[in-house]
Design a protein around this ligand. Sequence first.
Ligand code: SF4
Length: 252
Amino acid sequence: MNPTRGQMLSEMGIAPIWRLRDQKAAAFIAEDSSQATPPTPPVVVDLPRPTIRTAVCANVADLDWEQLEQCMATCHACELAAHRRQVVPGVGDRKAEWLFIGEGPGAEEDAKGEPFVGQAGKLLDNMLAAIGLQRDEKVYIANAVKCRPPGNRTPEADEIATCNPFLLRQIDLLSPRLIVLLGRSAAHAILHEERGTLASLRGKRFECKGIPVVVTYHPAYLLRNLPEKVKVWEDLLFARQLMEGTKAPSLF
Ligand code: SF4
């Protein structure tokens, strides 16, 4: 049996706050559509063509999944290679409709070889469940960089740029219907947005290679800022509405 919306929100830890907003959202959605706020026009992102500093594979854009993962596993194109136990390429359904992109592997991910394990991973799983998704089923999860930054620091701009061809090839191979960027590093990797705050990127429909892109907070940030879960819930609703092809009115 599918969990109720209340159960899902309770799982995310935001049920008491959501009940109030749910009434507002329901009233807003029930309004005459002619009164609804028109959806935000897409911001089309023109992707640059970054070059790998030390080209392990010169033809990343032509690789299939196995070749790509082999190339990543042997990559030493940036300094992060010196700090990893293993490369963490990504995990999930290779026919995914949803692509979630985070920052980079942490200690647990580096040890296990899978993105978003541990507390942040559990929270991401709860976020997915809240909109009826689960890992490995129409969902793929990747990171802006595939190797662990030392001390779990934020990846440097040049590290994100050097690793970018791998991420772009993953997008090409997946051809997802929607991309959700989790945090600033992911926004940097796909939107090349370095100056704006993450808050300024929320609630907008960007576009990358014709694929809708939305931005929300990283689960690790949420663990330190629990009240922001409400905003993530709003972002997930926005993403789901885009995915469903319906008008996506701003709920905030
Ligand atoms: S982070 Fe990316 S570019 Fe850097 S070594 Fe790892 S796989 Fe290569």
